[in-house]
Write a protein that binds this ligand. Sequence first.
Ligand SMILES: [Zn+2]
Ligand SMILES: [Zn+2]
Length: 141
Amino acid sequence: MNKNYTGKCLCGEVTYVAEGPPIVVAQCHCEECRRSSGTGHTVGAMFISEAVALSGKVNEFRYMSSKGSEVTKASCASCGSPVFGTNTRTPDHLTLALGTMDDASGLDIEVVIFARDKPHWDQLGEDVISFATQPDWKPED
Ligand SMILES: [Zn+2]
Ligand SMILES: [Zn+2]
């Protein structure tokens, strides 16, 4: 089913419309994804580049993957939110950061990669106390 997915960065400077469905939705625990996201993994939805219309200024950072391809991570030039990535292994494709999507309903993670690099703290047990929103808690002095 064709569906358009819209999204934006935290400040709203970078926006996109992607014509779906995505090719794949993947969660990645590789070191580069962990460091660039500041958390245990990234979740990305891959589309054909032509299917994505993006506007707004992004900063691009490039590095070589362990397989020798060049990876580009693009983040908003104003607020720094990761927005998309590309990899020369899969030219003409880009992967949108799923957390920037306005409504990802109907999309589920289909595959996890670099599972060996998943930090132990990235999967919470059911015993962890959880709040629906920010609790009224402050560090004691
Ligand atoms: Zn922004
Ligand atoms: Zn990764």
